[in-house]
Structure formats: structure tokens, C-alpha cells
Design a protein around this ligand. Structure first.
Ligand SMILES: [Ca+2]
Ligand SMILES: [Ca+2]
Length: 243
């Protein structure tokens, strides 16, 4: 085997190791008053439709593997009557982290679009959600970017009662925008600027609640800059060193 063949084999093995090592086993248990669709994707786009449900008294559980740079997106909307909320627990079984819906690793944004939320895996729905993610990332949406949610009551409280399959420590949360109660937007029917999107980064940790392109999740542009930096280093190395 010549040098280049050896290098090719070594880099292929390294790539395989990295891809298998960085995929985390994820478990999400959730429900929404009144409906949601669950997607996964990157910081800048939705890529995969996971599931949808429009029945608040049922808890759905989803298991899948995601790489560290991935995001989970939950599109939600309500009937603007009685109450509304997002109740969930996100478990990274590989890293050993569990985050409830009220943990700051989650963020929310309001699209203000009303009407039909993207609730399927059609190319049109994926494209619509991805466009809204870009708008939120640049601050050009109804909530001026990604925002804080507001927590209401714990799982078990009325009007819902206990949702089995989600810990009692989890809280119902919603976005306190529009005509919703600023103290507890889960109480009373209201429109927070729907539809809403909740997100969490797979790379989130208790110490790093909101990973983004600046810390744990490299964007393609960051990688490109890193590549340019390496070229710069290689160029610099050919020059005599300065004090
Ligand atoms: Ca449900
Ligand atoms: Ca409702």
C-alpha cells in the first residue's frame, strides 16, 4: 500500500468513527394543547418529519438517533380556547441529560402567520418551516427572533390532569405574546402569535443551555472559515518566523 492509499484508509476509518461516535440516542415524550408536529433538522433548516398529533390528552413518545449538531423542532398551535401549552421531556440517552419543557435549553418563537401550520413531511411544509427558522434566526419574525417561553403549572394540574409518560416535574409552557396572559400564557384561550415553534439543540447540556453557531454547533460557514484559517496557517509556515 502506498502512502496515499494508507492516508485514504486512515481518513475513511476516522470519518466512520466520528459519525458513529457523534450520533446520540434521543427520546422525546410530549403532548401539546392543542396540536403539534415534530421535526428534526439543523440550525438553519428542517430536514426530517417525525410525527404529528392533535389530541392533547395523549402523550406521544419518539425515539431516534441524531448527531450533535442537530436540532429538534416542535411546531405548535392551539384552538385559542380554555388553555394551551407544550408539555415535554427530552432525553439524550447517550449523554445522560433530561430536559423538561420549562428548562432553558428549550426556546420558542412565534411566526404570526396563523392559518395552516406545517404539520406534515411534504416538501412544501419542510420549506415553509425552514423559511420561518431562517426568519427567526435573523430576528425577522413576530417574536423578534427566538424568545423565552413562560412556564405555567406542573404536569398534573388542571384543566389537563396528569399526563402519564411525562414526569410530574415537567411544566406546561407557552409563549406570552399576542393577547396571552403575560404571567401565565397557558391559562385562558389566547393567540400568542401562532403558529409557534419550540426548539432544542441535541448538543444542549445543563451548563450550555442554548448552543448555537458560536459555541457547540459549527455551521458550514464556520467550517469554511476554519478551512481558510488552516490554509492561512500553511501559508504562514513557509515564511520566516517573526518575534
Ligand atoms: Ca398528544
Ligand atoms: Ca386549547
Amino acid at each position: 500500500m502506498n502512502f496515499f492509499s494508507k492516508m485514504l484508509v486512515a481518513s475513511t476509518i476516522a470519518a466512520l468513527f466520528v459519525s458513529s461516535a457523534s450520533a446520540d440516542q434521543i427520546k422525546v415524550s410530549m403532548t401539546v394543547d392543542n396540536s403539534y408536529a415534530l421535526y428534526t433538522g439543523t440550525l438553519t433548516s428542517a430536514t426530517t418529519f417525525i410525527g404529528t398529533d392533535g389530541n392533547w390528552p395523549s402523550v406521544e413518545t419518539y425515539n431516534f438517533n441524531l448527531t450533535g449538531g442537530s436540532y429538534i423542532y416542535v411546531v405548535t398551535s392551539s384552538d385559542k380556547s380554555v388553555a394551551q401549552g407544550f408539555l415535554a421531556q427530552f432525553e439524550n440517552l447517550t449523554q445522560g441529560y433530561k430536559f423538561y419543557s420549562q428548562d432553558p435549553q428549550w426556546q420558542v418563537m412565534a411566526t404570526g402567520l396563523g392559518g395552516n401550520a406545517p404539520y406534515a413531511g411534504t416538501p412544501a411544509d419542510i420549506a415553509l418551516l425552514s423559511q420561518e427558522l431562517l426568519d427567526a434566526n435573523s430576528g425577522g419574525n413576530a417574536s423578534n427572533g427566538w424568545a423565552d417561553f413562560t412556564a405555567g403549572a406542573n404536569n398534573g394540574a388542571g384543566p389537563w390532569g396528569l399526563m402519564s409518560g411525562i414526569d410530574a416535574a415537567a411544566k406546561w409552557v407557552w409563549y406570552a405574546g399576542g393577547n396571552c396572559d403575560a404571567t401565565n400564557p397557558t391559562n385562558g384561550g389566547c393567540d400568542a402569535g401562532e403558529w409557534l415553534v419550540f426548539r432544542i439543540a441535541v448538543a444542549a447540556t445543563p451548563d450550555n443551555p442554548r448552543p448555537d453557531a458560536n459555541n457547540n454547533v459549527p455551521e458550514p460557514t464556520t467550517l469554511a472559515l476554519l478551512g481558510l484559517g488552516l490554509i492561512g496557517l500553511a501559508t504562514r509556515r513557509q515564511r520566516p518566523s517573526r518575534p
